[in-house]
Ligand binder design. Structure first.
Ligand code: PHE
Length: 454
């Protein structure tokens, strides 16, 4: 009976379209902007190792859980959780998990859109005068002057949020397939070119060592938490984005294969981004730990030096903007799906309402780089708080609850029907989602607040 439930929002035309869409959601600023910058803040190699472990042992099983819940519920995460909870004879309050996801989506999109706005600025800058002849200091100064202007940041944030709401209002299915099919391979090739350039620089071996030689003395409770948060953020997990995309997935598609494919592609892009950036950081004597601006001050230096730099630079930031776009729409989709299910709104109206909420929340991030720079909370600006709180707390918490629901509360026959694989793979998944993932998230939380460990 449950297997025949259909989504009022329609379905992907095939498993491939789902893989493309979910990869589009996963691959974004998280891989190219956030991964290098958070790796740099947390000391490199050991952080990367913990990140990879989190992707494999916590991320992939939770991704499978999200897809299976979404596909079984076939509604927005809020209504999916309520329906499934009732079906499994659990409290209907599980819908709160969907609510938490919607809130996390708004908070993430609010600052994500501001960073995506920086990519728009860099497209214009590249296509215009380019970075030719600018020194590393000039480029740093250019970035600082961008951050210092609330007007420019506001304009760019508004433009990006408009683009996001526009696609969501049209329905995420139209256009996404074509965009992602062309985009992902292009971005991948361009990253390979960038890595090629990085290999030719003198800092390459330092960069490589920084990323892959683990120095465990740099691993604190908070950096382990940051690595786990980055895994959730990069894979789009814990807030219902993958769940809502899963709700449009045809019933016969394999959840195991699709999850592994998406996680693999996402991880490759992050590692390539690191390989492109850290050698430059060392070559030009920059600080790996310089924070959220890291790629915006290192990559243009490379573009200013390499042959065809202006064309490649423009192409790079265009692709990065598109990658951010295909991620941002998945941040808004859970809210819009719910608004159009429950509040009887058209998709257009729902997208406007949701877009405006995220836009308003983003104003704080715009101001945190200039007028509100000095208003900090434990040394973090509004932007930093949004970024760290969502990735390191909200997403893993959402993931933990998803794992508990799918692993412990759902009847075996329900989850097995969706996972639909040989007994062995099902048993492996069940063990990971029941024991490893919840325990992993809990231990990392407890360790970070100092209840256990050092
Ligand atoms: N995964 C996206 C990225 O790496 C960001 C994202 C997070 C999207 C959570 C949806 C949900 O850029």
């Amino acid at each position: 009976m449950t297997a025949t439930r259909t989504s009022i929002h329609g379905q992907w035309s095939s498993r491939w379209v789902f893989i493309l869409a979910a990869t589009g959601s996963a691959v974004g600023l998280g891989n190219i902007w956030r991964f290098p910058y958070v790796t740099g803040e947390n000391g490199g190699g050991a952080f990367v190792l913990v990140y990879l472990l989190c992707v494999a042992l916590i991320g992939i099983p939770i991704m499978m859980a999200e897809i299976l819940l979404g596909r079984r519920g076939r509604q927005s995460p809020i209504n999916t959780m309520r329906t499934l909870a009732i079906e499994e004879k659990q409290s209907s309050h599980w819908s709160l998990l969907g609510w938490m996801g919607v809130i996390a989506g708004f908070l993430i999109l609010s600052f994500y859109s501001v960073v995506a706005g920086w990519t728009i600025f860099y497209i214009i800058q590249n296509a215009g005068t380019g970075f030719d002849g600018l020194s590393a200091e000039d480029i740093s100064a250019l970035f600082d002057s961008l951050l210092a202007s609330p007007q420019t940041l506001l304009l760019l944030h508004t433009a990006f949020m408009f683009l996001t709401a526009l696609v969501v209002s049209l329905g995420v299915k139209s256009g996404l397939e074509r965009a992602v099919k062309f985009l992902m391979p292009s971005l991948f090739i361009l990253l390979l070119i960038m890595v090629g350039y990085a290999i030719s620089t003198e800092g390459f071996s330092d960069g490589l060592r920084y990323m892959f030689e683990p120095d465990f003395s740099k691993l604190s409770g908070s950096s382990i938490l940051a690595a786990m948060g980055q895994a959730f953020f990069s894979l789009s997990l814990g807030m219902g984005a993958i769940m809502v995309y899963g709700s449009y997935l045809p019933s016969n598609a394999s959840i195991v294969n699709t999850s592994i494919t998406i996680a693999f592609a996402d991880t490759c892009v992050a590692i390539l981004a690191g390989l492109a950036i850290f050698p430059l950081v060392f070559t030009y004597g920059l600080e790996p730990s310089s924070g959220a601006g890291l790629i915006f001050v290192t990559l243009p230096v490379a573009f200013s030096q390499m042959p065809l730099g202006q064309i490649l630079g423009t192409a790079f930031f265009v692709l990065l903007m598109f990658a951010a776009w295909t991620s941002s729409i998945s941040l808004l989709e859970p809210a819009v799906a719910w608004l159009s299910e429950n509040q009887n709104m058209t998709r257009v109206k729902a997208s406007i309402v949701a877009g405006v909420i995220a836009w308003v929340l983003g104003l704080g991030s715009v101001l945190s780089f200039n007028l509100w720079e000095d208003y900090t909370f434990y040394g973090m600006t509004y932007f930093d708080v949004m970024d760290k709180f969502t990735s390191n707390i909200l997403l893993p918490l959402g993931g933990l609850l998803i794992a508990i629901f799918a692993g412990w509360l759902m009847r075996r026959q329900s989850s097995q029907q969706e996972i639909a694989t040989s007994g062995f793979f099902y048993a492996v998944w069940k063990f990971l989602v029941r024991v490893v993932a919840p325990l992993g998230v809990s231990l990392v939380f407890l360790n970070a607040i100092g209840v256990i460990g050092g």
